[in-house]
Design a protein around this ligand. Structure first.
Ligand SMILES: Cc1cc2nc3c(=O)[nH]c(=O)nc-3n(C[C@H](O)[C@H](O)[C@H](O)COP(=O)(O)OP(=O)(O)OC[C@H]3O[C@@H](n4cnc5c(N)ncnc54)[C@H](O)[C@@H]3O)c2cc1C
Length: 455
């Protein structure tokens, strides 16, 4: 390698490749070297449920760059199947293990971006090592699950966890004709979302033949080599295979051992320039924390949308620019069969946990003018701070018009809007797209009325 300035990036997916790309844009003559321990880089894990469902036919459609195209088109050097095993921030060196050959080398850096991502949580259930228990995180997991279904023609799947990945996988596996049981230990799906929204989702699951078992805790898995049953506190469920989807934790072992400070939920502590506590070391994506702009506190919300933005900012700062990433408002959207379900900001449960004084309102409306055919029901819940009437969060479910509406509310949250501000928004109207009072405005007016009644 030459003597020019060198950026090293650990991890070659959303955060890592964004960092390397933005660095190279600023410093075309410098080196950007990415080490990725897996065989693939720059892919959208978000599409894995659709690949398994056979909606996306070719796994290559998920991949943005190969090591060859990253080199050719962006000037980034990528080493796949190379794992960073030790980091010395004082000497500015990393030990990299070549996983194919088994040998290790030491490489120096001028700037470093840690983008080691997240790891699916695997609780220590008895029998968790049995065959045919899968997690879903990367291309290898997607290929393994799809191959298993294609070749073994299983009949029954159990999904542990009713979060958004569990929900997307329930649709995916029903599409493949499987009997699907979802086991969720909380009293609702989708974590902390308000029950006015989760009830819509649960009705949809029922309609689509998904067996949902709430307030049920997995205890162990049993089987002869391969999983056959999932044992819970509410009985046993037969399973030809299991998908564990109980959440993600930050992958920070390497950083932690190097003395890099950890923050909220064990994620790497960063400032708004994505700097860690060690000089010239940045972190981005699912391994790192972010500021929640509604609470003003650090949070851990691992999403691809954030990983790309954080990666870009980390790469720009490593390249000498003065860029900031101010934070997130917790916006997410998912498709569950023909439902769009979305959230931004705090749910009622989140607001309660934060000790905020809040109230919530829910309205039910239609996505289009009543005169125009094919409008669909849409449910909107707002969480509002008492007193000033600041919008704390919004959630929505419906068969159309949810995703773009939540983005409007995410924008409002980003700018610290009150429900009165939202009620005054000049939103677009024509019968095929909305009702003359858009559901966003109706919900804001209802919330405003409730706010005034409370004095
Ligand atoms: C099924 C599914 C659906 C999803 N849907 C959505 C969605 O709809 N919207 C959304 O915003 N997000 C979604 N996500 C989340 C999104 O995929 C992640 O937030 C995103 O991949 C994070 O990118 P990252 O680069 O931070 O981390 P990762 O994607 O975890 O990549 C980190 C990489 O670092 C590598 N690595 C780790 N340690 C080392 C080491 N020591 N040496 C070398 N390499 C290392 C890992 O092998 C990994 O490839 C989904 C995720 C899944 C699994």
């Amino acid at each position: 390698m030459g003597t020019s300035e060198r950026l090293v990036v650990i991890g070659g997916v959303a955060g890592g490749m964004s960092a390397a790309s933005s660095y190279k844009r600023l410093k075309p003559d410098a080196e950007a070297v990415v080490f990725e321990k897996d065989a693939h880089i720059s892919y959208g894990a978000c599409s894995l449920p659709y690949y398994i469902a056979d909606v996306v036919k070719d796994i290559h459609d998920l991949i943005g760059f190969t090591p060859e195209s990253a080199s050719k088109e962006r000037g980034i050097t990528v080493h796949i199947r190379h794992e960073a095993t030790k980091l010395d921030p004082e000497r500015k060196e990393i030990i990299i293990k070549d996983l194919e050959r088994g040998n290790s080398l030491t490489i120096g850096y001028d700037k470093l971006v840690i983008a080691t991502g997240g790891i699916p949580i695997v609780p220590p259930f008895g029998g968790v090592d049995l065959e045919n228990i899968f997690t879903i995180r990367n291309i290898g997991d997607g290929l393994a699950i799809k191959e298993f279904i294609d070749e073994r023609s299983p009949k029954r799947a159990v999904i542990v966890g009713g979060g958004y990945i569990g929900m997307e996988m329930s649709e995916s596996l029903r599409n493949r004709g499987l009997h699907v049981t979802v086991i969720e230990k909380m009293d609702r799906v989708l974590g902390s979302m308000d029950s006015d929204i989760t009830q819509v989702v649960e009705s949809k699951l029922k309609e689509m033949g998904v067996e949902l078992r709430k307030e049920t805790s997995v205890e162990s898995f049993i089987g002869d080599g391969k999983v056959e049953k999932v044992v819970t506190d509410k009985g046993e469920f037969p399973a030809d295979f299991v998908i564990l989807a109980v959440g993600v934790r930050p992958n920070t072992e390497l950083a932690e051992k190097a003395g890099i400070a950890m923050g909220v939920r064990g994620a790497i502590q960063i400032d708004n320039h994505l700097r860690t506590n060690k000089k010239d070391v940045y972190a981005a994506g699912d391994c790192a924390e972010a500021i929640h702009l509604v609470t003003g506190k650090k949070t851990y919300i691992p999403l691809g949308s954030t990983a790309n933005k954080q990666g870009r900012v980390a790469g720009e700062n490593a390249g000498g620019k003065d860029s900031t990433f101010e934070g997130v408002v917790g916006t997410a959207v998912t498709k569950i069969f023909d439902l769009e379900v979305a959230r931004t900001g705090l749910t009622s449960l989140d607001a309660k946990r934060e000790g905020l004084k809040y109230f919530s309102t829910t309205i039910r409306n239609r996505s289009r003018a009543s005169a125009y055919p094919s409008g669909k029901p849409i449910v909107v819940t707002y969480v509002v701070e008492k007193g000033r009437g600041r919008l704390l969060g919004a959630q929505m479910a419906g068969e159309e018009g949810v995703a773009h509406r939540i983005d409007t509310l995410a924008t409002a949250l980003y700018h610290n809007a009150t429900v009165e501000d939202v009620a005054r928004l000049d939103l677009a109207y024509a019968p095929p797209f909305a009702t003359v009072w858009d559901p966003i405005l109706i919900a804001a007016n209802v919330a405003l009325k409730k706010l005034k009644e409370q004095g």
